[in-house]
Design a protein around this ligand. Structure first.
Ligand SMILES: C[S@@+](CC[C@H](N)C(=O)[O-])C[C@H]1O[C@@H](n2cnc3c(N)ncnc32)[C@H](O)[C@@H]1O
Length: 291
């Protein structure tokens, strides 16, 4: 496996058995990601939770996730910990952040629109019809003149029916993923939307660069960073979640922010790829001083 979890705390890593029990049962009403997201952490929850600070419940009152994406760990945190006083999520992808806000504030209207999309998509008799329908929605999404609720519905519909659930934009910021081939995609999941809406009720949802939300952190904060991974090769590169990408300079800027957090006693955890898996001489992460 080429991925490694990179972590560093100011205090000892968690050895607390109270957080090592089974994950909550997957129930319809459990908050969970409402989109598929490249780099999503659903499969790594056990690794992440075992690295939470042992005094998470006692000392941490603010949770911050500056690269929220699909929010797999965030939704797990929400369903596991009720003591947090402040929760802040952020992403540079404006369409994604709009969807989080719509789910929090307007779940019923969103579900109505998605149910219509679902019925229309499923009523198409053949693959060509579904494909045409997909591209008409992609065009409408890219036109940029829809209401926030419609845009959220477009994003979820496209995410569920596009190739591999990718979110990729071109240089002009237009979503350009082709139609996928799913027999029965989950276009509308009302239970998850309603559960997420309740869970998001008191969450501060921000759009912008990761560095902006770090200003809110203090010694009672825990920050989980899940940035776009440093590509392991030219071909494995996927940083096109939003315009601009995330190159080595961005990785260095992020490392510098982590060092600033250290200075004020903020605890944090960061996931990234391990370039040493492919090239043992690649010391990029060591040079960033995050290991
Ligand atoms: C690896 S994904 C996060 C995946 C997430 N943990 C999950 O479980 O789905 C990285 C996210 O960082 C966002 N991003 C990229 N550059 C950013 C920046 N400069 N500031 C904030 N977010 C950024 C992308 O839009 C993407 O959603």
């Amino acid at each position: 496996m080429n991925e490694a979890l990179i972590y560093r705390y100011r205090s000892e890593l968690s050895k607390d058995s109270s957080i090592s029990g089974a994950l909550p049962e997957a129930r319809a009403a459990t908050p969970k990601p409402f989109v598929k997201w490249v780099g999503g952490k659903s499969q790594l929850l056990h690794e992440l939770r075992s690295r939470l600070p042992s005094d998470f419940e006692k000392s941490i009152t603010t949770y911050i996730e500056p690269f929220i994406g699909g929010g797999a760990f965030f939704f797990w945190i929400l369903s596991r910990y009720t003591h947090l006083q402040r929760i802040i999520i952020n992403d540079a992808n404006e369409a994604l952040i709009n969807t989080y806000k719509v789910i929090r504030d307007n779940p019923d209207e969103l579900i109505d629109i998605l149910m219509t999309f679902k019925a229309q998509y499923q009523s198409m008799k053949d693959e060509e019809g579904r494909k045409d329908y997909y591209y008409s929605k992609r065009e409408a999404f890219n036109a940029g003149d829809a209401t926030p609720v419609e845009r959220a519905a477009y994003l979820i519909f496209l995410n569920r029916t596009c190739f591999n659930g990718l979110y990729r934009v071109n240089a002009k910021g237009k979503f350009n993923v082709p139609h996928g081939r799913y027999k029965n995609p989950l276009i509308c999941d009302p239970d998850t939307i309603q559960a997420d809406s309740k869970a998001l009720a008191n969450v501060e949802i921000c759009h912008g660069d990761f560095a902006a939300v770090l200003k809110e952190a203090d010694e009672h904060s825990f920050v989980y960073f899940d940035p776009p991974y440093r590509p392991l090769s030219e071909t494995s590169s996927f940083c096109s979640y939003c315009e601009g990408g995330f190159d080595d300079n961005e990785q260095r800027r992020l490392a510098a922010c982590c060092r600033e957090l250290d200075k004020i006693g903020v605890r944090w955890m960061l996931s990234n790829s391990d370039p040493k898996g492919l090239c043992p001489e690649d010391n990029f992460l060591l040079m960033c001083e995050v290991l």
